[in-house]
Design a protein around this ligand. Structure first.
Ligand SMILES: Nc1ncnc2c1ncn2[C@@H]1O[C@H](COP(=O)(O)OP(=O)(O)OP(=O)(O)O)[C@@H](O)[C@H]1O
Ligand SMILES: [Mg+2]
Length: 333
């Protein structure tokens, strides 16, 4: 197994500046680069693959500097967003391509291609052409083609974003299963926070050419270090309060912040519990499948709460104008 590391990377492309002080995918880890369009995810992946040379800094595989090693000698498998299959070749030929380049014996090629087809659940599809496959199936072929060479590093650049929601969910589960089965160090790129949360061991959130925070999915979700990370990963409550004697108060809410002065308190809507009471005004609400999202106002500050319907101390039909609120966990931003 291989670790992949970036050290003090700088890459300037026109007026875009990618600067990564350090980033490391551990052996066998599933690391996701998550961020909005144009933040530098693909550029980072291209630097790891060797398609792009950094202006400064080092790419290391198992602590060995790879900067001068060309892409085809880095032993990586790559899957892109657009399936990029050869249209005039069968599924078998598409998958066998890299093995034929390596001049493996015929029998071995057959064996490996069958192994890869089984891995992605496409046994029996070897004689089809890409145009005879659905988008999801084409992307499975692309995955099989990347895996058949038994790479040490797998790079996936938004491999699911051209597929519809159902297939996307199924395929991401399969990618995760295959990655764990092969324990292959994987760097995955997406701008979809739900996908990143579902699939990753750790996530690096990127913003405008920089990494804002790296951590496990729930760590980032519940204890983001910056407002950008907080907001990018889902709905959030961020309220500014004045703390005194280590406590910040809002209505009957009291946050133990262990410091005084201005504080920015962060919590997720699902950390807000609704109780009977009268210090939070219900401004509006919307029903979601099985759940309810409430917009509340406490002393002029808006708070979003999200609960399962059966957790409310009242029926939706008898919605009161005012309620009580408890916040069960929070972080300081
Ligand atoms: N060859 C180039 N010349 C100039 N600018 C470039 C070049 N390649 C990329 N860029 C710019 O670098 C920035 C980062 O691009 P990159 O493709 O890495 O973003 P991304 O995070 O992958 O975005 P997306 O989610 O849209 O794929 C963008 O602003 C892009 O316009
Ligand atoms: Mg991209």
């Amino acid at each position: 197994m291989v670790s992949v590391e970036l050290r003090e990377i700088l890459k300037i492309l026109g007026d875009f500046r990618l600067e990564i002080e350090s980033l490391k995918a551990k052996e066998g880890e599933f690391l996701t680069l998550l961020g909005p369009s144009g933040c530098g995810k693909t550029t980072t992946l291209r630097i790891i693959a060797g398609f792009e040379k950094p202006d400064r800094g080092e790419v290391l595989f198992n602590s060995k500097v790879m900067n001068e090693i060309p892409p085809y000698e880095r032993n990586i498998g790559i899957v892109f967003q657009d399936y990029a299959l050869f249209p005039h070749m069968t599924v078998f030929k598409n998958i066998a391509f890299g093995l034929e380049l390596r001049k493996l014996p015929r029998e071995e090629i057959e064996k490996k291609v069958r192994w890869a087809l089984k891995l992605v659940g496409l046994e029996g599809f070897e004689n089809r052409y890409p145009e005879q496959l659905s988008g999801g199936q084409q992307q499975r072929v692309a995955l099989a083609r990347a895996l058949v060479i038994e790479p040490e590093v797998l790079l996936l650049d938004e491999p699911l974003s051209n597929l519809d929601a159902k297939i996307r969910e199924r395929l991401r589960g399969e990618i995760k299963r295959i990655q764990k089965e092969l324990s292959i160090t994987t760097i995955y790129v997406t701008h979809d926070q739900e996908e990143a949360m579902a699939i990753s061991d750790r996530i690096a959130v990127m913003n405008d050419g920089r990494i804002e925070q790296v951590g496990k999915p729930l760590e980032l979700y519940y204890t983001p270090k910056t407002e950008f990370v907080a907001k990018f990963l889902g709905l959030s409550n961020i309220i500014e309060l004045e703390a005194e004697n280590g406590k910040a108060r809002l209505g009957k809410l009291c946050f133990n912040v262990s410091k005084d002065g201005k504080v920015r308190i962060f919590f997720r809507p699902e950390s807000v519990y609704i109780t009977e009471g009268d210090f939070a005004e219900i401004v509006s609400y919307e029903l979601l499948p099985g759940r309810i999202r409430l917009r509340l106002s406490i002393e002029g500050k808006e708070i979003i709460a999200e609960r399962f319907l059966d957790e409310l101390p009242f029926k939706v039909e008898n919605m009161p104008k005012k309620v009580g609120v408890q916040v069960k966990s929070f972080a300081l931003l």
